[in-house]
Design a protein around this ligand. Structure first.
Ligand code: WT7
Length: 677
């Protein structure tokens, strides 16, 4: 809440200024082949049919034993799905496809160097490798059902093999993004209580072989500082038999995976029949402050949810060549490179390196060569590809029937380039809103049922029932376009079960804010609070405005940073825009605008003025920025997210904090000097 004079303005009353875009419709060909084109699905998944509606997803899987209780709420808000059911994720992603698809590609792995050919892993080959790896993990590393193992690996086919090998045994994997530091990895080893670390010697990034094993030594040290002993470090080699790292192997601790696997050649291990509600994996994510949170995902609920959404929203058929250009070290990769697509017997493409290496035509050459027909990426990558090779896609002969955007709001300008140039004006685009915590999609259009609306995620997906609340827990009127905190009224099978080892933090962060009765075991009393602001248009489409902490409240007017950024992006010379709040004596907060220009344009005073007037025109004078900074590049995480927190610190003259895990820490000092002199 904010105070304007003596009148109190609730967040919900504050207007959002963003125009609605026009609809675009899926093609007849797309609709004709789509997995889901029956509008009754929303009725089937209505609250009247909750929770049994989710049988439709669970029935896409093979169960050893069917569940007796669909949803157990007795330990609210730690929901348990499909209780009594017995299942194995590795069996569902591998073994069950052998009969029909033994010789079909499960994974096509594309190394970064263009001189290396791609590697096809068939379902049979995946089966063999997963079995051998599982036996090695069990009999050599001593891992057992319920143990945690930390996996710090870049994009290599061994990564899904290791994950599925863990899943086969019921070992809980915790994959740490390869780009994270040894320190970050060590903290996650300690938090999860892993005594085995699986890592890699090195991998290619922008044409260079990076030493990755060096991070393992630091990680083990950091874990030891926290009191967690790692007794085995298993090192996958980028080239079997050829160690790429400078770091010595520590005797009695470090082992080469290719050497150890030899003992298990040709051996098989049955998948363990596990309770549906047992944990499948942990995925660490950052909160606003403090330690990373280990989001614990279940086997039965999670796998059902990612399989159902992969089928209906990603529209994956076994015949499709599907490429999600994310890293498996993030939830997107877990759900929509590995578990969802493989449960559906799809062909899932994995790429080792940087999308613009050696040039921005690379993704389109891969798509052309492999016949990719479903493409999935993040707005930041779309902006990067648009900046460095706006006309590049036209040069290649590929055709996507379906494209996805995920991870942050996409500006309508950028969306249109994705649609027109990459999608060649025929692909159906889904803008999927969700989080690490939610396992799978929460809002998205159903690609054959709804028109697309640039910049809007779309309605809630089947079985998800959002409400927008104001700060006091009042419901914001449906379809009113008024901003508030989007919450989900009901549990769903993909939702994480808890924060590993910290149930209190789980309840506090995600449920306490809008809980109606903390002693209740009715799910109706526990709306889930994702921490995002959103509006709902009269047509039911949600527009995600960004994290609640990304919202700038200027003199009582709520402005999503994304609205301002989108206004900036209407200027064709700009490549990227990031808006952060600066403290202002009179208005509370005002926006500071950072922009980078496209290579063919150059910074100028005129451009600064153009940015201000674009914002005034698109939104209004209320949103007028304090400063417009034209920067050479944005500070970014290795996954490509713009670090607005760092820019905000610079704008506000405060300490930028730890920037060592950024992709380009050097740009921070450059910007600081420019802004602070
Ligand atoms: C946060 C979650 C979803 C997997 C990758 C990121 C933002 C995510 C969208 C979208 C607008 C989005 C939200 C969310 N976000 N998707 N389509 N439109 N915002 O997972 O790292 O857990 O981040 O990303 O703010 O809370 P994550």
């Amino acid at each position: 809440m904010s105070n304007r004079g003596n009148e109190t303005v609730t967040e919900a009353q504050i207007a959002v200024h963003w125009q609605e875009e026009k609809y675009l419709y899926p093609s007849d060909e797309f609709v004709a082949q789509a997995n889901m084109s029956d509008a009754d699905i929303y009725e089937r998944f209505g609250l009247d049919n909750f929770p049994d509606c989710f049988h439709e997803y669970a029935d896409m899987l093979s169960w050893y034993k069917r569940w007796h209780t669909t949803l157990d709420t007795s330990d609210a808000p730690c929901w348990k799905w499909f209780v009594g059911g017995k299942i194995n994720a590795s069996y569902n992603c591998v073994d069950r496809h052998l009969e029909a698809y033994r010789n079909k590609a499960a994974i096509i792995y594309v190394p970064e160097p263009e001189s290396e050919s791609h590697e096809v892993v068939t379902y049979q080959e995946l089966y063999v490798r997963v079995n051998e790896m599982a036996l090695m993990l069990r009999d050599f590393a001593g891992l057992d059902t319920g143990d945690r193992v930390t996996i710090h690996m870049p994009m290599t086919p061994d990564l899904p093999v290791v994950m599925l090998a863990c899943a086969r045994l019921g070992v809980i994997h915790s994959v740490v993004f390869g780009g994270f530091s040894g320190k970050a990895c060590g903290e996650r080893i300690a938090d999860s209580g892993s005594r085995v670390l699986i890592t890699m010697d090195g991998y290619y990034r922008s044409g260079k072989m990076l030493d990755h094993k060096v991070k393992a030594d630091e990680a083990v040290q950091i874990a030891a500082d926290y009191g967690q002993h790692v007794d085995k470090v298993l090192v996958v080699r980028r080239y079997a038999g050829q160690y790429q790292s400078e770091t010595p192997m520590i005797k009695g601790r470090d082992y080469f995976v290719d050497e150890q696997l030899a003992a298990f050649c040709g051996k098989r291990v049955d998948p363990v029949e596990l309770p549906a509600e047992a944990p499948l994996f942990l995925m660490y994510t950052s909160g606003t402050t403090g330690r990373p949170k280990g989001c614990q995902h279940s086997i039965g609920g999670y796998l059902s949810y990612v399989t159902g959404t992969s089928k209906y929203i990603q529209d994956i058929h076994p015949e499709d060549v599907y490429w999600c250009m994310a890293d498996i070290g993030w939830i997107t990769g877990h759900s929509y490179i590995v578990y969802g697509p493989l449960a559906l017997a799809a062909t899932s493409v994995m790429y080792e390196g940087v999308p613009t290496f050696p040039d921005s035509g690379r993704p389109w050459r891969i798509a052309e060569r492999l016949g990719v027909n479903i493409f999935h990426t993040a707005p930041t990558t779309v902006r990067m590809l648009r900046k460095s090779g706006p006309d590049e896609p036209k040069k290649y002969n590929f055709e996507f029937k379906h494209m996805t955007t995920v991870g942050e709001p996409i500006e309508p300008e950028v969306w249109r380039w994705y649609y027109d140039v990459i999608g060649k004006g025929t692909a159906s685009i889904v803008d999927t809103w969700w989080q690490t915590e939610t396992g799978g999609f929460l809002c998205s259009t159903m690609p054959a049922l709804h028109p697309m609306k640039p910049g809007s995620a779309g309605p809630a997906v089947p079985g998800i029932h959002p409400t927008i609340f104001d700060e006091d827990g009042n419901t914001v009127e449906e379809g009113s376009g008024v901003a508030g905190n989007i919450c989900i009224q009901n549990p769903w099978p993909g939702a994480f079960q808890t924060i590993w080892g910290d149930r209190d933090r789980y309840v506090q962060t995600y449920y306490a804010k809008y809980c109606r009765d903390s002693s209740s075991t009715n799910w109706q009393d526990w709306p889930y609070f994702p921490g995002d602001a959103a509006t709902q248009a009269p047509d039911g489409y949600y527009r995600i405005l960004g994290r609640v902490d990304d919202v700038i409240n200027v003199a009582g007017h709520r402005l999503g940073t994304k609205e301002l950024e989108s206004a900036c992006m209407t200027i064709s010379e700009l490549a990227e825009a990031a808006v952060v709040p600066v403290t202002d004596d009179l208005k509370g907060k005002v926006p500071d605008v950072y922009v980078s220009v496209r290579p063919e344009s150059s910074p100028s005073k005129n451009l600064e003025t153009a940015v201000t007037s674009a914002i005034e025109t698109e939104i209004g004078k209320i949103a007028r920025p304090k400063n417009v900074w034209i920067v050479p590049d944005m500070p970014k995480t290795r996954s490509g997210k713009i670090m607005r927190r760092v820019l905000a610190s610079i704008s506000n003259g405060s300490d930028v904090g730890d920037i060592t895990t950024l992709a380009n820490p050097e740009v921070v000092e450059h910007i600081r000097q420019m802004v602070q002199g």
